[in-house]
Design a protein around this ligand. Structure first.
Ligand code: GLU
Length: 468
């Protein structure tokens, strides 16, 4: 077997809204390159000046960095390669691979109407295509021509798509593609070919909305003496309602997920499974993903976005995260909510306590609020209403026992057990008033852990206020 240095690329057009599904087209070529110790390149296809925006470029670059999709080359902007495309157009004209076509827009429209009326497929009729022995029409004055590629006549284009299997398109279906506009600017399909060739791309992994472009691209590449790469066309990602993902029907960008408190590891894992599988593995590390990734296991039918599954995965990652790292990721969310994590209980401990029940970093930060709010200033009425007179003796005992206990979850649990037995009451009868005394709410995580995190001194101080 000949050793092949694998080179893949992600070639987004920075137009419109970049949603999560779009980044899947970055993840797979990245994983394929990493798996094969090859190179991964980012190419920004920004030749559509009207629709391209810096904002979209930023979303792409930030999103990839956040997910850890590192680059070996790029970002390469097509707009900076215009001279190169023009140079190839010229070479193709000189070598007869392309020709100027002076057919006006109007003539093209008339042609199309005639073809439609005859129930034929509308296509350019080759009027200006030079052939041996053919006389071309006289060149009209003052008309700038488009440049067309001389597509092969007869035969067909065949490629073995790594996802879709063998695809064959007859050359009769393809007319002579415009590769440069009258003002000399190169067209989309042409730039893609020049780039894939110049960048030595070995595997093109992209959305299947490009299947129709592929035979045209292969023909141009072959005409230029290139070897077409392996193509893997990924089925679309549908939203949870089974529609094409778009901003209008609620698709979110990677940045939106970041703001909603998702972990990049969870998003990466989720995206990986959106059209690819490895046995029944659902939760795996980035390293495992790279290790396992292959084109053979790409799905053939459209993948469907499943927000519940993503949330579930995020929960898995949060639950299994190291509390120190998780605290670092959660801090910005806490600060955003006005929590001063530097004063009050140790934030790592707070996060540790909350992580098993949280689905997002926002939920952790929300839960953390409790520990950083000032001690509640309960009125006599509030105390009366929420703390039964009968439980006061038990509370008094509890405060004393806590004050002299080792400050651990286990020791506090033993203290509670002992007092419940002494007063013949059930846990909620004691825990609820304790929660209320501590925070003016009865919604908190397990009371023994809460006492540890809040700190013995602070807990005793707050409890003492309600038993006087
Ligand atoms: N720029 C194209 C897009 O955003 C992708 C082109 C390609 O991957 O060949 O859909």
């Amino acid at each position: 077997m000949i050793f092949m240095h694998i080179r893949t690329r992600f070639a987004p057009s920075p137009t419109g809204f970049i949603h999560l599904g779009n980044l899947r087209s970055a993840l797979y070529p990245w994983a394929f390159a990493r798996h094969n110790k090859g190179d991964f390149i980012l190419r920004i296809e920004d030749t559509d000046l009207e629709r391209s925006s810096q904002e979209a470029v930023d979303v792409i670059i930030e999103g990839m960095a956040w997910l850890g999709l590192d680059l070996d080359e790029g970002p390469i902007y097509q707009m900076q390669r215009i001279d190169r495309y023009r140079e190839v157009v010229k070479q193709m004209l000189d070598s007869g691979l392309a020709y100027p076509c002076y057919m006006s827009e109007e003539e093209l429209n008339t042609l199309r109407d005639q073809q439609m009326a005859n129930k034929e497929k509308p296509r350019y009729n080759g009027l200006w295509r030079p052939e041996p022995g053919k006389t071309l029409p006289p060149v009209p004055d003052g008309v700038s021509p488009v440049i067309r590629f001389k597509n092969p006549i007869g035969g067909s284009v065949i490629w073995n798509d790594a996802v879709k299997g063998q695809i064959e398109i007859s050359n009769d279906e393809l007319d002579d593609l415009v590769i440069a506009r009258p003002d000399g600017t190169p067209t989309y399909n042409f730039c893609v070919v020049i780039d894939d060739m110049d960048m030595n791309i070995t595997h093109v992994i992209r959305g299947d909305d490009h299947v129709n472009n592929t035979p045209r691209q292969i023909n141009i590449m072959k005409a230029l003496g290139g070897t077409p790469p392996v193509y893997a066309h990924l089925p679309t990602v549908l939203n949870d309602a089974g529609e094409k993902m778009s901003k209008r029907n609620g698709a979110m960008s990677v940045r939106d997920y970041q703001k909603a408190g998702y972990l990049p590891e969870a998003i990466l894992n989720y995206l990986a499974r959106l059209g690819w599988s490895h046995g029944d593995a659902e939760v795996f590390t980035k390293e495992q993903f790279v290790d396992w990734f292959d084109l053979e296991s790409l799905g053939r039918s459209p993948a469907q976005h499943n927000p519940e599954k993503l949330l579930w995965l995020n929960h898995q990652y949060i639950q299994n995260s190291d509390p120190v790292n998780l605290a670092v990721s959660t801090k910005p969310f806490a600060h955003e909510m006005g929590i001063d994590t530097e004063t009050g209980p140790d934030f790592v401990q707070v996060v540790s306590l909350l992580k098993d029940r949280a689905n997002t970093l926002i939920e952790i930060a929300e839960g953390a609020k409790l520990f950083y709010l000032p001690a509640p200033n309960l009125s006599v009425e509030q105390i009366k209403e929420n703390i039964a007179e009968a439980v006061i003796p038990a509370l008094k005992d509890l405060v004393e026992a806590i004050a002299s206990s080792t400050p651990t979850k286990e020791a506090y649990a033993a203290v509670f057990k002992q007092i419940l037995a002494k007063y013949q009451i059930k846990m909620p009868a004691l825990a609820m008033p304790v929660r209320y005394a501590l925070f003016a709410t009865t919604q908190t995580p397990a009371i023994d852990s809460v006492l540890v995190v809040l700190g013995k001194e602070e807990a005793v101080k707050r409890l003492s206020k309600v038993i006087q």
